[in-house]
Design a protein around this ligand. Sequence first.
Ligand code: PLP
Length: 391
Amino acid sequence: MKLQHQGFNLTPEAYLRREQPDAPIYFLDISKLENTLVQFKSGFQGMTTYAVKANPNPLVLRTLIDAGIEGFDVASVQEMQAVRALSSQVRLHYHNPLRSMREIEIAKQFDISSWSVDSVKELTKLGALPKGTEVAVRLKLQTKGGAYNFGEKFGATETDAIEILKYVVERGFEPAMTFHPGTQCEVASVWSDYIHACARVAKAAGIELKTLNVGGGFAAFRSSAAPEMVSVFDTIHQAVDDAFPHERSRLVCEPGRAMVADAVAVALQVKVIRENGDVILNDGMYGALGEWRDIPKLADRHLALYDIAGELKFGPKHARKVYGPTCDSIDCLPFALELPDTIIEGDYLVIQSMGAYSQSLCTSFNGYGGGEMVVCERITPADTGLVEICN
Ligand SMILES: Cc1ncc(COP(=O)(O)O)c(C=O)c1O
């Protein structure tokens, strides 16, 4: 599969008009995805990898490979297979630190360049690895800034990290450290805190880090609190200069959300409008909108309403309760949506910035979920029919 730019003159409106889909449909803007990669590659002084979990769609992976991404953070055998089906060259970083013995054995067939660990036990389980393979100790700190606590499940304390790092070197692996500030992290100083902590660990262990991986966590959706990407990069580079004045480890980042979120919009159809005005969509909390329950502020983004002929709909708006299609009453958006009064069954809601943790979190509960991805020349409306979601 080789993607080409010529010929992608499809727009969401044209697609809706032609196909009138009754299943969710995801629109991908390849140029937006490429531009975001360029932003990382030109602004971040290190290697940019992509966390496949955010969106493993082959169109996304293919676009990033064609645009020259160097590596992928993979968390499972399936994610390794997804990347290796498209490239035997790119680096794979297996940065899910908890693995079964079976997963470890299979992963060894995929030419993994870096493994993360957060305990001596899990490091021992890795057994023999090719000479020079990187092993990154995953650190956890008590920090706030991400949408939820990424230190809850993974990560070694500073004290434990010192011992693990020494063991990495004893085993003959290339010493590295990694952390994750928490997804949708809105406080740039969290990166700085982690980088200084990694420097303390390395110094206490008497080890020069070959690589420092500063994780994902870059905010895709910029509320007033979330810093611009360049200012996060500046904070990271300054912290590295301050914390490692004598040696400069190779830097790596592994964004998921920030890489792909804005490159994809989803179209959901209005299945039913109840007598009381409630709206039932063809996908909801068990599908494309699942993350809105955990991170409701991510829903503070734009949507547009189209009729079945792909025409934008305008008019006065009122707040409506919105449900997904399943038989479960908690399949309900945790806030009302301001929607035009002209809304009728068969219309489409096209929601922007749905590239990350949307398609990848879909379940098939009640037989719903899923949905194709199509490439469009743009994914935002040509006209200004945007309405604000009310929450
Ligand atoms: C190890 C690792 N790296 C990168 C990411 C991507 O994070 P984000 O999507 O917040 O950029 C995750 C997300 O869970 C992760 O666990």
